[in-house]
Design a protein. Structure first.
Length: 185
């Protein structure tokens, strides 16, 4: 793999990660010696910093990840806060519904009910102030999540007990009672 192909591959991977990833993992994925990957990452970090980009590549927590440049914190903060006015995705709405009806509930349980990884969606819901940590599950040590007063305010509810019943909104399906029981247990 040429240096340019390696750099492009590293950039593509780093664009989609949620957590810092080690040069060892990047070396395995790109099938490149770890020393070459480390050198490429260091050179990319210097290149980004030298060209005055709005982001930087940093090594933190034993891995590498893109971060917005610290000089632009005010702009990023404004975007994030103003972005709260945008609509939620279908995935976020589904995740929020599971949390609202099952709270307090762990992220793993929400993932099991939805059948997909909900980590990124949970971060969005927490960032938007719709969901918050609500304790620890004693058996597993997992963090439990519940809806916030902001969630109730946005829906015009006094409490979660005012949430509508689910049954009238679901199609007639064999096994519907089993599905409902997993959401309302």
């Amino acid at each position: 793999m040429s240096n340019s192909e390696l750099n492009r591959s590293l950039e593509a991977i780093l664009m989609v990660i949620d957590e810092p990833v080690s040069e060892l993992i990047l070396a395995q994925i790109t099938e490149t010696p770890t020393e070459l990957v480390l050198t490429a990452l260091q050179e990319l970090a210097i290149e980004y910093e030298g060209s005055g980009r709005g982001f930087e590549l940093r090594q933190v927590s034993g891995g590498w990840r893109f971060y917005s440049h610290p000089d632009l914190a005010a702009v990023v903060e404004k975007f994030v806060l103003d972005g709260q006015q945008s609509r939620l995705t279908q995935a976020a709405l589904e995740t929020l519904a599971v949390i609202a009806y099952r709270q307090p509930v762990s992220r793993a349980r929400v993932s099991a009910i939805r059948g997909v990884n909900v980590e990124a969606v949970m971060k969005t819901l927490v960032t938007r102030g719709l969901v918050e940590e609500a304790g620890i599950e004693h058996e597993t040590g997992a963090i439990l999540y519940a809806t916030t007063s902001f969630f109730l305010e946005k829906l015009g509810l006094n409490g979660v007990t005012d949430l509508p019943a689910l049954a009238p909104f679901l199609p007639d399906v064999d096994g519907l009672d089993e599905i409902l029981s997993t959401l309302t247990e």
